[in-house]
Write a protein that binds this ligand. Sequence first.
Ligand SMILES: N[C@@H](CCC(=O)N[C@@H](CS)C(=O)NCC(=O)O)C(=O)O
Length: 220
Amino acid sequence: MEDSMTITITAFAQSPDRGRGLARDMRVRWALEEVGQPYAVRLLTFKDMKEPAHLALHPFGQIPTYEDGALVLFESGSIVFHIAERHAGLLPDDANARARAITWMFAALSTVEPPILDREIPGYTERDKPWYAERLPILEGRIRPRLDELSRRLGGAEWLDGAFSAGDLLMVTVLRRLEGSGILDDYPVLSAYIARGKDRPAYKRAFDAQRAVFAAVSSD
Ligand SMILES: N[C@@H](CCC(=O)N[C@@H](CS)C(=O)NCC(=O)O)C(=O)O
């Protein structure tokens, strides 16, 4: 039996998203909350993330990481998968349903998230460049087909494939990156899907926990 209190994850000491829960520790927190696993959080500055101590855990010097005894993981998708494999509640028992839920995890991270990131990252790095405004509609044009297809597939269903799964958890966190862009206004099916995810008690606990970190920093 594992000592459940040994789980430690890493998160930003001062998240650039100002507590909006868009940093990828949110996925891991949410997964841990869904399966009822307590966890500790080690907060890191950007400088800490590039120090040897953290690079030993995460080769790219990023958050989140996951430590449980001798096991160290990085990559939010891998961490959520590990949590879902070890605990009931995030992957179905039926082998085929489980394979489909895992497929949705990959779809979230390798099909839906990349065009969303392609639009988001220039907002941090190229906003002052002359091409930024011209390029933005092109980048948005690469997101919309994915959203059209996802919305069509989801249709009137509550979740992507039967019961809520780790696939939905990752997909909701990925789609949340579009909040505030105005794009989701054109996708009522996806907006309602995100809202269902955010309405889950485990999501709320995870959100409040990361928000408390930002609130504490802001009140210093
Ligand atoms: N594919 C990685 C991406 C990790 C990532 O980009 N983390 C961001 C925070 S959400 C980060 O640490 N950024 C700071 C940096 O890259 O230096 C994952 O899913 O865990």
